[in-house]
Design a protein around this ligand. Structure first.
Ligand SMILES: Cc1cc2nc3c(=O)[nH]c(=O)nc-3n(C[C@H](O)[C@H](O)[C@H](O)COP(=O)(O)OP(=O)(O)OC[C@H]3O[C@@H](n4cnc5c(N)ncnc54)[C@H](O)[C@@H]3O)c2cc1C
Length: 361
């Protein structure tokens, strides 16, 4: 243990990427993870009966246009080429998101061409109808606000596709690891210079008085917890998931359906077998696993999912960042450390940057 050069606290995608890069540069890395398993919120569990990979913290689809990130991640796993599509259920009918020709034509019962769509969409009545159907209720559930309080101008900022492309993401690289998400973390951490200790929570106090005091730390836990919440807790939105195994081969015919009406208490239903269309055993299994997603107000101790960005939380964040800047050898990153929503590819991109700054390569 004496010859450790770097401590990485948190074995999510940010921490595992930093650990791997540092290990490859010759540093001896100790990874501490407070949970009993690695992977952070991308962690999955495979159902032993059906072989279905369940995304424990909600659906995770890897998508990126960052070539260095795509190159890095594919050193460890191959992807299955899954292309994400999201459907929206509104008043008993199902539409393809995002906003584009497919949705608009079905919703209004018209047959617009690409060149006709912009004029149609500039009509305030059409915008309002789309906002009320697909954004007002969904956003109010997500952020726990009454539907009347949702700003109708958000529809102005929603990009409108003038094509029939129903691919949810614009990124050309997409997919789910063929060998499952957990294998990505196992492989990232599988290096002779890396030691992993799960069930170990990093704390600054303990570190300062330990035999490893003075060893630099890359920390991706909550920044406010690192400093004992001395200025108060940063606010989050949380989620609750309700999982069900059903005696049917297919529940909804796709991986994610959004429920956009305010009256339906959940925002989405995930059906995980559709993430692995290449897996014949899973696809032909007579059972399926679904998960309903319920947005929740966050209270201390709940799982943090989405940061609540407002002037107060930003001011609080800056106070903690100022504390962090005073600690020699401390690098803070990841979604909890930076108090920012990051997709997986952005987390990896940030981790590669952090690792380059540490290793100089
Ligand atoms: C509902 C939802 C759906 C998402 N879907 C997608 C998607 O489809 N595609 C996509 O690209 N991204 C998606 N994301 C984003 C994705 O989850 C994040 O990019 C990713 O989890 C960030 O990784 P991380 O390492 O920063 O944080 P985390 O995954 O949270 O990892 C942090 C780790 O640090 C550990 N830790 C905390 N404190 C300590 C401590 N003191 N000591 C030791 N360990 C500690 C935690 O236990 C955790 O394991 C989604 C996010 C949410 C909320």
């Amino acid at each position: 243990m004496k010859d450790i050069d770097l401590i990485v606290a948190g074995a999510g995608i940010w921490g595992c990427t930093v650990a791997r890069c540092a290990a490859e540069s010759g540093r001896k890395v100790l990874v501490l993870e407070r949970r009993s398993v690695t992977g952070g919120n991308v962690r999955c569990e495979t159902d032993p009966e059906t072989g279905i990979e369940v995304h424990t913290y909600g659906s995770h689809i890897f998508h990126t246009h960052l070539d260095d990130v795509w190159g890095f991640v594919r050193r460890f796993v191959d992807f299955n080429g899954y292309q994400h599509k999201v459907l929206a259920r509104y008043k008993g009918r199902t539409y393809f998101l995002p906003l584009g020709l497919t949705l608009v034509n079905k919703f209004f019962g018209v047959e617009l061409t690409p060149s006709e769509l912009p004029a149609f969409m500039s009509d305030e009545t059409h915008k309002k109808e789309l906002f009320d159907a697909f954004f007002r209720g969904y956003t109010s559930k997500q952020w726990g606000k009454p539907p009347e309080e949702i700003d109708p101008t958000i529809i102005q900022r929603v990009p409108v596709r003038s094509t029939y492309d129903v691919n949810y993401f614009n990124d050309y690289n997409q997919g789910i690891p063929l060998s499952g998400y957990n294998s990505l973390f196992e492989r990232l951490l599988d290096h002779p210079n890396i030691t992993v200790e799960c069930g170990r929570e990093f704390s600054l106090e303990e570190h300062r008085s330990s035999a490893l005091s003075g060893v630099p730390v890359c920390y991706s836990g909550p920044i406010d917890r690192l400093f004992g919440y001395r200025y108060g807790e940063l606010p989050w939105r949380s989620l609750a998931f309700e999982q069900e195994k059903l005696d049917m081969a297919d529940f909804q015919g796709t991986s994610v359906v959004n429920y956009t009406e305010a009256e339906v208490p959940y925002t989405r239903i995930h059906e995980f077998k559709h993430y692995h269309p290449e897996d014949r055993a899973v696809m032909s299994c007579g059972k399926t696993i679904i998960m309903r997603e319920y947005p929740r107000a966050w209270k201390s101790g709940d799982e943090p999912y989405y940061p609540v960005n407002n002037p107060e939380s930003q001011a609080l964040l800056e106070r903690y960042q100022a504390e962090a800047a005073k600690v020699k050898g401390l690098v803070i990153g990841g979604r909890l450390g930076e108090y920012r929503y990051y997709d997986m590819d952005q987390s990896i991109g940030k981790a590669l940057e952090a690792a380059r700054a540490i290793t100089g390569r």
